[in-house]
Ligand binder design. Structure first.
Ligand SMILES: [Zn+2]
Length: 290
């Protein structure tokens, strides 16, 4: 037998083995017709199929499957859909594991694009907003604990995968991820998108959802949190006015308040935040291009 014939024979053997595996897989009720268990893609329309730091991804597995991200469980909806997010400092490699109800498993390695972050210097903030006193710190701590509890909510609302709209019209005055220097002191990175607009201009829900909180907080002023499901929650800060209450159900684009400068703000703007559970994401790539 010459080399080509040997290769053909080996290929023939491989096809037979693959066919056998495929038959076995089709025996399992929960597979997607014997194909891959996992479908996952960036939620950002312009991402070109690439996952990136600060990005939201949408996945689908057979209903009842278990999913892990770098070994940690990810909750999957009753319909098999799930969300996951990559933080500002996410590692370049992520590993997604899937175990279907029939025991079939799949592991997918995802590469996460590293991004460059700006440095933003802001001066002229009241010193109490840069270095709060003990009493203010106690309030801040209480609010952080409360927000952290809200960030553990992982509801079955389906709106996280329905796309998003701009919550306000205006100039982008601050981008996600920038290193912050406030009154000359290094502070935590800016984990949201700032849209500057006149006080009183409407602020709308970027997606349909349910209000988790509508309150005045120390740093973010009048703040509304909206749950879109599977841990995806948007945040609207510094509002001059809140027109919704906790528990209220909102349609996409529904007005929830008005632009303002409450909390730690140097002028009227909307600070738009987006989280997947405790991971802050960049809202901008999820919004229609400007
Ligand atoms: Zn901001």
């Amino acid at each position: 037998m010459n080399a080509t014939a040997t290769r053909r024979a080996l290929l023939g053997l491989t096809s037979t083995l693959l066919a056998a595996c495929a038959t076995e897989q089709q025996g399992g009720a929960a597979t997607l017709e014997g194909g891959p268990l996992l479908r996952i893609e960036p939620a950002a329309p312009a991402a070109g199929g690439r996952f990136a730091q600060g990005g939201l991804a949408l996945g689908r597995v057979p209903a009842g499957s278990k999913v892990t991200l770098d070994g940690k469980p990810v909750r999957v909806g009753p319909d098999g859909r799930f969300a996951l997010g990559f933080g500002r400092d996410a590692e370049a490699d992520a590993r997604l594991g899937v175990t279907a109800p029939n025991g079939r498993t799949e592991v997918r390695a995802l590469s996460v694009l590293k991004r460059e972050w700006d440095v933003q210097r802001i001066s002229g903030l009241p010193q109490s907003m840069v270095s709060p006193n003990a009493q203010q710190m106690a309030r801040i701590q209480r609010e952080r604990t409360r927000i952290a509890a809200i960030r553990r909510i992982d509801s079955d609302l389906p709106h996280f995968s329905e796309g998003f709209v701009w919550p306000a019209q205006g100039r982008i005055s601050g981008v996600f991820g920038s290193q912050r220097i406030l009154n000359g002191e290094a502070r935590a990175p800016h984990l949201g998108l700032d849209i500057a607009a006149p006080t009183g201009a409407p602020v709308r829900a970027m997606g349909a959802g349910q209000v988790l909180l509508a309150e005045d907080l120390y740093f973010t002023g009048n703040t509304v949190l909206v749950d879109h499901g599977r841990g995806v929650v948007s945040l609207y800060a510094h509002l001059s006015r809140m027109d919704v209450r906790e528990g209220e159900v909102l349609q996409q684009g529904q007005a929830l308040g008005a632009i303002g400068a409450t909390g730690r703000a140097t002028g009227p703007h909307l600070h738009l935040g987006l989280h997947w559970l405790s991971t802050a994401l960049d809202p901008q790539p999820l919004l229609p291009p400007l």
